[in-house]
Design a protein around this ligand. Structure first.
Ligand SMILES: *Cc1c(COP(=O)(O)O)cnc(C)c1O
Length: 277
């Protein structure tokens, strides 16, 4: 049974509850993080907690007293029975019961310690398919729990689709839970932070790309560039580095996972130690 920390103690997840009056439920006011546990160690926890504080600030949730408690709560939880040695830690801060016109002075928080749905080997081998989403993700630096408007374009159903890709006005920003990258003539093109979430995996992959001589362009790739791209990939805590071979009806490059994503994924795995604690 996965583990949860809530109201000052650790308990099996089935024993943990959130009141129906919480603004997470009433108004969608809640932010979260998802950090990877590899072999009992946390990947880039500091980067996740910095971003968490920023998400809460943007959401109007008073989290200043909660954030400093999290490193100890998380490290203790990761060492407990019930926490998988390969999994995800997901801290949440919710609006609590009081909504003062968009300021939430008495938040609640909890932390989930659980397993992970790893990228299936089959999808890694074939590459992922994304579905176009014409919307802009609002407040891009806020990791909110609200993924509804990225799920609606998927429309249920097709198991072949990985997730949706935000491309407002033909500018490609990010996917539902991953940052997006396009490769053309040895260059790697990805939307700038601020237009998109400050992805932890994005930061790690860009660091490794630059160290290894790739040219990086931080701008939104245009939709028209998909048709002439050499390859594309996404990055995120769960999927790490994953090739994208189709967006809607459009095939990218050869239609098969490409060498740049494979190279960056190898670099990610072989340099992982630098971000583990
Ligand atoms: C979580 C998330 C990402 C990926 O961020 P990581 O820190 O690399 O996991 C990208 N975009 C959105 C909208 C996300 O929610």
């Amino acid at each position: 049974m996965p583990l949860c920390y809530i109201n000052g103690k650790y308990a099996p997840i089935s024993e943990c509850q959130l009141p129906v009056t919480d603004m997470a439920i009433q108004r969608g006011a809640a932010v979260f993080e998802a950090a990877r546990i590899y072999d009992g160690r946390l990947f880039a926890l500091d980067m996740h907690l910095e971003r968490f504080a920023e998400s809460a600030r943007l959401a109007g949730i008073a989290a200043d007293k909660i954030i400093p408690l999290l490193p100890d709560i998380i490290k203790t939880g990761v060492g407990m029975d019930g926490c998988p040695s390969d999994g995800l830690v997901r801290p949440y801060i919710t609006g609590g019961d009081i909504n003062d016109k968009g300021f939430f002075p008495e938040p609640r928080f909890f932390v989930l310690f659980g397993g992970i749905n790893k990228t299936p080997e089959e999808e890694r081998r074939r590459g992922a398919t994304l579905v176009p989403n014409r919307m802009e993700r609002p407040f891009p630096l806020c990791k909110s729990v609200n993924y509804l408007f990225a799920l609606i374009p998927l429309g249920g159903g097709d198991k072949e689709n990985h997730e949706s890709l935000y491309m407002p006005g033909g500018e490609i920003t990010e996917a539902m839970t991953n940052n997006f990258f396009l490769c053309k003539d040895g260059r790697i093109i990805t939307a700038p932070t601020g237009r998109v979430l400050d992805g932890v995996t994005r930061n790690v992959v860009l660091t490794l790309a630059r160290e290894n001589g790739f040219t990086v362009e931080e701008r939104c790739p245009r939709e028209e560039e998909l048709a002439v791209a050499d390859e594309a990939f996404i990055t995120g805590t769960v999927n790490e580095v994953l090739s994208v071979v189709r967006v809607g009806g459009l095939t990218i490059g050869s239609g098969r996972p490409g060498p740049v994503a494979a190279h960056l994924y190898r670099l990610f795995l072989s340099n992982m130690e630098r971000w583990l604690s």
